[in-house]
Design a protein around this ligand. Sequence first.
Ligand SMILES: *[C@@H]1O[C@H](CO)[C@@H](O)[C@H](O)[C@H]1NC(C)=O
Ligand SMILES: *[C@@H]1O[C@H](CO)[C@@H](O)[C@H](O)[C@H]1NC(C)=O
Length: 427
Amino acid sequence: MGSVEETKKRLSVNLPFKLKILLLVASTNLVTVYLCSGGGAASPLDGDSGGALFLEHNATQRKLADSQVELVQLQNRLATASGLLENLLGAQRHGDRGREEEEDWPEELKLAVGPHKLPLGRSGNLGTDGLFPAMGSACRRFREELTRYMTYEVGKECPSDAAFAQRLMLKGCEPLPRRRCHPPSPNGYVEPAALPESLWTTPADTSVVWDAYTCKNYSCLVQRGRTKGSNADCNDCFDLEGREKSRWLADGEGLDFGMDAVLAARPEGTVRLGLDIGGGSGTFAARMRERGVTVVSTTMDFDGPFNSFIAARGLVALHLTVAHRLPFYDRTLDIVHSMHVLSNWIPDAVLEFALFDIYRVLRPGGLFWLDHFFCSGDQLDATYGPMIGRIGFSKLRWVTGRKLDRGVEKNEWYLSALLEKPLTFSI
Ligand SMILES: *[C@@H]1O[C@H](CO)[C@@H](O)[C@H](O)[C@H]1NC(C)=O
Ligand SMILES: *[C@@H]1O[C@H](CO)[C@@H](O)[C@H](O)[C@H]1NC(C)=O
């Protein structure tokens, strides 16, 4: 009978200490009873007294067996009960904390997160009685900032705090919960140019609200891009007469792939919808549009009005961080491009999420153009090469090259790759 050992093992796994002692005593006692009653291999006895003893022995054994079954059932019930109790206490502690937190919230924030009851009869389709509008769960970690962000006059102009709001987003408070005020309007707004001229026209300074940026006009941004040593994000992106004019036109042996060569990787006309992650000022989307491809650009407003600029060019701008799950359904895009954004500054887990998400939104046969991924040489071999390999893309092109820093080669590397989501999944 190994059941005592088993029982002990089970006990030590599931139960609080005091309970273990108690049950151990109980099961040890049962073993004692069993041994005293002559358990083990039954010795055949002769005569009536022997028969009576045998009967009694049989009865004792049955009872013993019954009590052991009961004991096991009892243990199971206790284990279940203690598990339930722990869950209950945990949930209550958590609930209390959540409720306390929410009691301090501005009314507007409480309203923003709901729940909002659905009309009777409407809940069936949705599988819920109420709607809970989305707010990034990380918002709760920044109570003071969240309270400040959600304190505003309903129906009036929103506070002018775009940079502050974007910092909240970058910390994971995405989507932001502000819902009932109007963003500030620029002074002297001018309507955008008509397509296709708008694709290569610098918008009027007065079409932008500049409060969040150091530069207060496009001449300043262009000048900044031409200034040596400026390390602003996408530094030369606003200068449509500069580098933007020639990006992705030529296809060489190196890290710079040409757009037409990339499109030629698929049958003509079958690349129609795309996403440019970290699309800067929208030039990739503009060029794609000239080739009949609709590209949506995600961009953050890092020290410049990137979103307004892209929109003024007549292109779609999405204000989204790289940590956000892409807002597209599975298998809906023909191409995803990303330049200078997905790199070693992104924590590994978040980068892997992003890569899997790109795979998800691409259709079978879809292209992922990873343009100038930046890291050190050892990281490329140890971390990023294998990580990209694990996602499941096939490699159409894979070029690595050292980054030149003022003409000096360092152990800093770029990777440019053209990857394809296979037509059939096989891992
Ligand atoms: C005792 O139990 C055994 C089987 O467990 C059975 O074969 C035997 O007949 C029983 N003896 C009596 C006297 O009931
Ligand atoms: C542009 O803005 C800068 C400050 O950002 C200012 O010094 C400069 O005078 C402005 N230029 C024009 C043409 O408005």
